[in-house]
Design a binder for this molecule. Structure first.
Ligand code: NOJ
Ligand code: MG
Length: 549
């Protein structure tokens, strides 16, 4: 009987691990280079797993590690089942998963279903009109308005990375759709074979012991079906953005290329594949990436008895900057918590490899507050590598620029406004050559200029640091009040926010953030759930001389 009880407890831990997970995004190219080629790799990640364990991380999401010509730094995959040689081998991957398991860390892979690379065997064959692969992608004829006129693309659709989303293939004599770079042809999800292929890709990695997936760019999986538009892909109309020019993605209202109803059904189908594996013991997790309004995001959670994914909640990334006050921050929290369907799990994101660094976006003096916020709110917290140190955006010259979103501007002066390279600079482990990231003469992106001050070793040695505070909060996160407790958020003034997590008559954790430059007095005596005397267990870098009364 006693044995049975132990069994039940461990199964339920494995089924619930994701609900309060602290997930750390590793951008493998910039985490740790083990072989001195200037590019981070899987052995580098394995070597640094103890760091993530010590930090209090539960699961690691790895940005794409698969075979790729790297036209969009790995989000253009030529073989979903192979590891990119610059990252290592399948053996290295297996070693990473094994070592992570030994440390109690879970591995989540990046699943990129909207597009493959144009070097994928599927695309090469599709381009040749091979009968099996012919309809794997979105192909369409060009339009010629009058005889002798130049051929135009099938519609006016624009790529996320500027200019037409259609590319002509001489070989096939048709255009293919690419919502991102030319090297990322969009798969055709109206083809049953594609649906099956992609489920097999999920199974392939689940069979290799991963605990789930972060799913890329899900809201653009489907486009309007030409069947409903006289056999054509319909043009999109002009957006309300007056500053956009015709080559810009923002120029159009994307009513035919994003957030289509079919998207959600496909996510629920993938959830079902993951559930096949969940039934073997460990819950297989899925988080989906869509930049969309909250109403659309809520649909990812599931509908009509079908389970879905956890959608990334980008509210804190999209809406918080150097001037945001706590009333506005509370509104972001409240919106998600009130619109989320009952029984579902929230998520909180402070950054990723597509966004300016947290410290650059909200200011270094707000880093601790924002990290604390994500870690104390109910649900899943995502931390992008380096945000725990308060890394800032690095300077990347036009010559060193790698990101296609910046290169596609063809503008050596203004490219930086579009570049995602500044947030992708190598992780600063210490103050030595290349910040201890690599022994190479040259790293794929230069390390950030301030690495001598902002690096892990310095922050571990310092009396107080962003890292130490992050680690302290991550440790407190393990307590019952945060894992299971209720939530109360109160904006006491425009700059002071109090977040309480508590279990009645048992335990309470109070997080207080003061976004002003001034000290203030916080009176918690009228919060009825706080009946016991409180003790300060962690305080941010700029938080000095507070008194308990
Ligand atoms: C979102 C990814 O995060 C981004 O880096 C990539 O460029 C696009 N999706 C296309 O895959
Ligand atoms: Mg390397």
């Amino acid at each position: 009987m006693r044995l049975l009880l132990i069994f039940v407890v461990s199964v339920s831990a494995d089924l619930n691990w994701w609900k309060t997970a602290l997930v750390y995004q590793v951008y493998p190219r910039s985490f740790k280079d083990s072989d001195g080629d200037g590019i981070g790799d899987l052995k580098g990640v394995t070597e640094k797993l103890p760091y993530l364990k010590d930090t209090g991380i539960d699961a690691i999401w790895l940005s794409p590690i698969f075979l790729s010509p790297m036209r969009d730094v790995g989000y253009d995959i030529s073989d979903y089942r192979k590891i990119a040689p610059e990252f290592g081998t399948m053996l290295d991957f297996e070693m990473l998963v094994r070592t992570a398991k030994e440390l109690g860390l879970r591995i989540i892979l990046d699943f990129v279903p909207n597009h493959t690379s144009n070097e994928s065997e599927w695309f090469v064959r599709s381009q040749k009109s091979d009968p099996h692969y012919k309809d794997y992608y979105i192909w369409a004829d060009g339009i010629t308005k009058e005889a002798d006129q130049e051929m135009l693309p099938p519609s006016n659709w624009v790529s996320h990375f500027r200019k037409s989303a259609w590319k002509y293939s001489e070989e096939r004599g048709q255009y293919y759709l690419h919502q991102f770079v030319i090297g990322q042809p969009d798969l055709n999800y109206r083809n049953e074979k594609v649906q099956e292929e992609m489920k097999e890709v999920l199974r392939f990695w689940l069979d290799r012991g991963v605990s789930g997936f972060r799913v890329d760019a899900v809201n653009v999986l489907y486009e309007a079906d030409p069947k409903n538009y006289g056999g054509r892909y319909p043009d999109e109309s002009r957006s309300d953005d007056p500053s956009a020019v015709p080559d810009d993605y923002e120029y159009l209202k994307h009513i035919y290329t994003r957030d289509l109803d079919e998207v959600y059904t496909t996510i629920y189908d993938w959830r079902q594949v993951l559930d096949e594996y969940t039934s073997k013991g460990e819950y297989k997790f899925m988080v989906t990436e869509a930049y969309a309004d909250v109403e659309h995001l809520m649909r990812y959670y599931g509908a009509e008895g079908r389970n879905g994914s956890v959608p990334f909640n980008f509210g804190l990334v999209d809406k918080v900057n150097k001037d945001t006050n706590v009333v506005e921050i509370k509104a972001i929290i409240d919106e998600w918590m009130t619109k989320m369907p009952a029984g579902k799990v929230a998520s909180w994101v402070n950054g990723n490899h597509d966004q300016p660094r947290l410290a650059s976006r909200v200011g270094t003096n707000r880093v601790d507050a924002m990290n604390m916020l994500a870690l104390i709110l109910p649900g899943i917290a995502f931390t992008y590598q380096g945000e725990e140190l308060g890394m800032t955006d690095g300077f990347i010259s036009w010559e060193d620029t790698q990101d296609p979103r910046a290169c596609n501007t063809d503008d050596p002066v203004n490219y930086w406004k579009h570049s995602r390279d500044p947030c992708r600079t190598p992780f600063p482990w210490d103050g030595s050559l290349n910040a201890g990231f690599s022994t190479s003469d040259r790293t794929w992106l230069p390390v950030a200029d301030n690495y001598k001050e902002v690096n892990l070793e310095t922050e571990i040695t310092a009396l107080k640091s962003h890292y130490k505070f992050y680690r302290d909060v991550a440790a407190i996160r393990k307590c019952d009040a945060i894992q299971k407790g209720r939530l109360d958020v109160k904006a006491l003034t425009e700059s002071i926010l109090v977040i309480v997590r508590w279990i009645p008559n048992a335990e309470a954790v109070v997080a207080i953030m003061n976004l002003s430059e001034n000290t203030g007095t916080v009176d918690l005596s009228n919060m009825e759930m706080l009946t016991v005397k409180l003790k300060v267990v962690a305080s941010g870098v700029d938080c000095n001389g507070f008194e308990n009364k």
